[in-house]
Every structure is written in structure tokens, then in C-alpha cells.
Ligand binder design. Structure first.
Ligand SMILES: Nc1ncnc2c1ncn2[C@@H]1O[C@H](COP(=O)(O)OP(=O)(O)O)[C@@H](O)[C@H]1O
Ligand SMILES: [Mg+2]
Length: 226
């Protein structure tokens, strides 16, 4: 199996206002078809590691490889392109744009990548919203959706450009148990049936249990991986 995303001894430190280590020499490689849960106490560096893996932040040491290719030397524009093409994000708070409909929120990353025609984008958006069970809500703005519907629209948006790598930060953090279960099943499907590399930060013990692999962090370090 190919490793789609890999952190090689990445560290991320802050110097201001005082020296602080967010991520400490963390190494982690995730293959296509694998669902990985990242767990650990609040403040241990889970989100920081996710930002590094997703090229939203740069490590001070080490490198992140996407499809086996180092990224540290890339210019910002190339990193942005790689991110748009290969990586999708689902954040704890959905971060859908409030003034856009569900449909337009999902179309946005497709328009930014500019690989598909308008008609192709329309078709792809409807397909994704249907797949996530929110096709009937396509014309609604986020404030007219339930929490579970919003999170499913956020997942559809993360999948907009068919990313091989899906990174999720506490995607079930604000969901009830039914919606949590549905979202966990969706992530399992995205990994196992669609062969994506799926990495989810989670506090949900059931979610961690449902993952193929659990990575535990403490004080910026990966202390367990099994
Ligand atoms: N830009 C920043 N400046 C200062 N401290 C930060 C910054 N970003 C994160 N932190 C701190 O770094 C630690 C790790 O953060 P984070 O990766 O968000 O942890 P987690 O997601 O595991 O809760 C936390 O203590 C957080 O308060
Ligand atoms: Mg966090």
C-alpha cells in the first residue's frame, strides 16, 4: 500500500512570547484505505500536527511528504495547489460560509481549483450532497441546517476535489450520538471503500475504537501508535 501522507520527524515550535513546542519530532505515515484516529488530552498538539500534515503550517524541523514527495521546499503557491488537489479538511466547527448556500459552499473549492466546467461543478456538487444525505438541503444557508446536516455539508465540501487525503479535527465534537455514528460510518466508508487516507482527531472513544489505528499524543509527541 502506498503512503499518501507522512510526517517525518516534524517539530513545530513557537518563540513568541516564550519558547513553546507544539509538535515534537512526530513521525506518522498513513496509507490509502486507512482510518487513523489521533487522540490525546486537550492542548497536546493534535490540531497543530493536523495543520502540518495538511500543509496549512510549516514545520521548523522535519518534513511532510504528500504522495511520497517532500513538501518543505515548495513555494506557497505550489503548496496551495497540492492542498486543493490532494487534501480535504473537516473542522470541528464546520466553517461553512454563512452567506452561501450548502451548494455554493461545496462548489467553492471546485471553483478555486478551476479544473471543471460550470456544468460539471453543478453535477458534482449535487452528487456529493446526495451522497452525504443532504441533497434536499442544497439551497439552504448553514443557519437553516441542523448540526448534523451542517457537518455533512462540511464533509461534502472537504470531498469537493476528490482528495486522496482527508484530515478531520474533532468532526463529531458537536454532534449527538446518532449523527456521531453516521459520521463515523461515513469516514470508514471513505477510507475502506474509497481508499482514501483518513486522519481524524477525536475525543470520542467510540470513534477511536472504530478506527484502524490509534495515535496517541502527549506534550507534542506521539507516544503510542497501534
Ligand atoms: N499560535 C499559538 N500561540 C501560542 N500557543 C498556541 C498557538 N497555537 C496553539 N497553541 C498552544 O499549543 C498547544 C497545542 O495546541 P493544539 O495543537 O491546538 O492542541 P490540541 O488540538 O491537542 O488541543 C495548546 O496548549 C495551545 O494553547
Ligand atoms: Mg485541537
Amino acid at each position: 500500500m502506498s503512503i499518501l501522507v507522512e510526517a517525518r520527524a516534524v517539530s513545530r515550535t513557537l518563540s513568541d512570547p516564550e519558547p513553546f513546542t507544539l509538535v515534537d519530532a512526530a513521525s506518522l505515515g498513513v496509507e490509502a484505505g486507512q482510518l487513523v484516529a489521533i487522540v490525546g488530552p486537550s492542548g497536546c498538539g493534535k490540531s497543530s500536527l493536523l495543520y502540518l500534515l495538511g500543509l496549512l503550517d510549516r514545520p521548523n524541523q522535519g518534513d511532510v511528504l504528500i504522495d511520497g514527495q517532500p513538501t518543505g521546499h515548495l513555494a506557497e503557491a505550489d503548496r496551495t495547489r497540492l492542498r486543493l488537489e490532494r487534501i480535504g479538511y473537516v473542522f470541528q466547527f464546520h466553517f461553512l460560509l454563512p452567506e452561501l448556500t450548502a451548494r455554493d459552499n461545496v462548489a467553492l473549492p471546485m471553483r478555486r481549483l478551476a479544473k471543471r466546467s460550470r456544468a460539471q461543478i453543478d453535477t458534482a456538487v449535487e452528487g456529493l450532497l446526495d451522497k452525504l444525505g443532504v441533497g434536499a438541503q442544497a439551497a439552504r444557508r448553514p443557519d437553516r441546517l441542523s448540526g448534523g446536516q451542517r457537518q455533512r455539508v462540511a464533509i461534502a465540501r472537504a470531498l469537493a476535489n476528490d482528495p486522496a487525503i482527508l484530515l478531520c479535527d474533532e468532526p463529531t465534537g458537536n454532534l449527538d450520538s446518532l449523527n456521531t455514528r453516521l459520521v463515523i460510518e461515513e469516514f470508514q466508508r471513505l477510507a475502506h471503500d474509497e481508499h482514501r487516507a483518513v486522519i481524524c482527531v477525536t475525543h470520542d472513544a467510540g470513534f477511536a475504537e472504530a478506527a484502524d489505528r490509534r495515535v496517541r499524543m502527549l506534550d507534542g509527541r506521539i507516544v503510542e501508535d497501534r
